[in-house]
Write a protein that binds this ligand. Structure first.
Ligand code: AMP
Length: 217
């Protein structure tokens, strides 16, 4: 079975952390639309300028901008042995566009994992989340602390908190998730691709569960 994977779930449910695990275990690219967009913001590209105000207020960037970005990324050769889509699709419109992009490339999705976490857990995770502005590694002040406080284990840069992880923006992002992204659970259930995961579990237990499902897929 191929490893063309979609990760669904609310912000803070653990998609990014588990995407890093899957990327290393299966040597397949991790395609995070949030990371790509943040890199555009950092470089102040045209796309970055268009996306900035949406991202900072916790809203979704308009579908077409993200769809074009993903369509370009999926044309690259490194996706041939599999890929992890993290944070895309986020609307039914995007899911339909993804179907079209993949059918043009003659690729199928093999798994859609839904990380299901309670709202309390999400708020706790996001408020403690810290990330490395240089290499993108993600930590949590209590659950996944770096060896040296405030410093990235991988590259030594000072860790930062994402602006959109502040409480008011987190609430907005959760509302956007419920309204616009949660319907995708149905979308992929109907295609027999959905695997629900209990994202309240700790990282190691969930990693084992993911590997088991991927092996038996
Ligand atoms: P993330 O890192 O996945 O939480 O994404 C951070 C922000 O980037 C989101 O709150 C959105 O503003 C934007 N974004 C990321 N992926 C998408 C997407 N598929 N569609 C629209 N906006 C997105």
């Amino acid at each position: 079975m191929g490893k063309n994977i979609i990760l669904l779930g609310a912000p803070g449910a653990g998609k990014g952390t588990h995407a890093t695990f899957l990327k290393e275990k299966y040597q397949i690219p991790h395609i995070s639309t949030g990371d790509i967009l943040r890199s555009h913001l950092g470089r102040a590209t045209e796309l970055g300028k268009k996306a900035k105000s949406y991202m900072e207020s916790g809203q979704l960037v308009p579908d077409q901008l993200v769809i074009d970005m993903v369509a370009d990324r999926l044309k690259e050769r490194d996706v041939q042995n599999g890929f992890i889509l993290d944070g895309f699709p986020r609307t039914v419109e995007q899911a339909k566009a993804l179907d079209q992009i993949l059918s043009d490339l003659k690729i199928n999705i093999n798994f859609a994992f839904d990380f299901d976490a309670s709202e309390d857990v999400i708020v706790e995770r996001l408020s403690g989340r810290r990330s490395c502005p240089k290499c993108g590694a993600v930590y949590h002040v209590r659950n996944i602390p770096p060896k040296k406080q405030g410093i990235c284990d991988k590259c030594g840069a000072a860790l930062t908190q994402r602006k959109d992880d502040e409480e008011a923006t987190v609430r907005k992002r959760l509302e956007v998730y419920r309204k616009q992204t949660a319907p995708l659970i149905d979308f992929y259930t109907k295609r027999n691709l959905l695997h629900k995961l209990d994202a309240n579990l700790n990282v190691e237990t969930l990693q084992k569960e993911l590997a088991k499902r991927l092996a038996s897929g």
